[in-house]
Design a protein around this ligand. Sequence first.
Ligand SMILES: Nc1ncnc2c1ncn2[C@@H]1O[C@H](COP(=O)(O)OP(=O)(O)O)[C@@H](O)[C@H]1O
Ligand SMILES: [Mg+2]
Length: 375
Amino acid sequence: MTTKGVAGDMDRKENEKPMLILKDIHKFYGSNEVLKGISLEVGRGELVTFVGPSGCGKTTLLRLIGGFTDISAGDIILDGQRINDLPPNLRDTRICFQNYALFPHMTVAENVGYGLKINKWPKDKTAERVRELLEMVELEAFKDRMIDKLSGGQQQRVAFARALSLEPKVLLLDEPLSNLDANLRLVMREEIRKLQEKLRITTVFVTHDQFEAMAISDRLVVMKDGLIEQVGTPIEIYERPANEFIAGFVGYVNFMEGRIASIDEKTRNTVIDTKYGKIEITLEQDNVRNGDEVLMVIRPESVNLSLNCGGESRNVLCGALKSYMYAGSIAKCTVTIGDRTMIIDQYNPRDAQRFKRADKVEVEIPRSIHLLKKK
Ligand SMILES: Nc1ncnc2c1ncn2[C@@H]1O[C@H](COP(=O)(O)OP(=O)(O)O)[C@@H](O)[C@H]1O
Ligand SMILES: [Mg+2]
């Protein structure tokens, strides 16, 4: 093996090591435990989002990583080094606060260059770096503007550039888009993601907005009451939620109760007995057994709605159409099946006129249903 080959292998091993490790982190405010044992590894260049309802501990966790709040128990390892006891300025992390915390009496360029000045960068190098950062966030033309003469989106970009100025190993973003209006949020989240991927900067993002979290992240960490409920890619979290809370948190869900009547071990064809009839699915998970009481996780867009009712087809339940709200690209429907109400989203609705007048409808449950074991 050549020397080059060995070095290459070592580089690869280095690259595989997580950039950030959180080990069993606890945080008490007085007797109130707001973080109850958070453990996670964040890979190099990864964008991981902590998402959860307000008050679940997201900001506290981010402040702990950044060094703005002290930790009650556990360890924070950044690039192999334990950083629990380092002050914020000696950590290779930078935080973008929710309110941006820009300096109102300074210009855009002064804000972006602030960290460099504090770190005693020479003037010419600072100017060059600030120019580069402003170019990156497309604000070169605004360099001499005062902060209060900028729009919300522009302020967001300044905060982002300032956080990146010293090339931190980990960027921490606390609800960075929450002060922007809905349209701008969409634009800025794309911009942040593009820049993050271009710079390959390891990023911990925090938001209470589950859709923003799904759109922007490599992985989501769903939190509730100071604990991690599930970690996974957006698709894993949406399609295979670990429990009812998560299933409902990342989108609307119809739950239907049933009991597993049979599982064919070879084909994974699985029959579920429900109050409304038998449902057959292809089982894609291995945590349920024959005889288990389960909750079927049925997403509104996964169900097929059709007119008429009466034919005996598989996975088709008869229902009464309670409401049909046509909105162009989508129709939102409410269907009652026996004693239950199901919400169904019909995309690209074709027969809207006929559905509007319909009473009886057929609801087809897909074969790719995720099951939660009933406790
Ligand atoms: N400085 C503090 N002193 C006491 N309690 C706090 C402090 N900061 C946050 N908390 C409490 O910790 C919990 C988590 O807060 P926070 O991390 O801000 O949640 P999130 O960012 O998820 O909305 C909340 O119950 C909050 O009231
Ligand atoms: Mg918060």
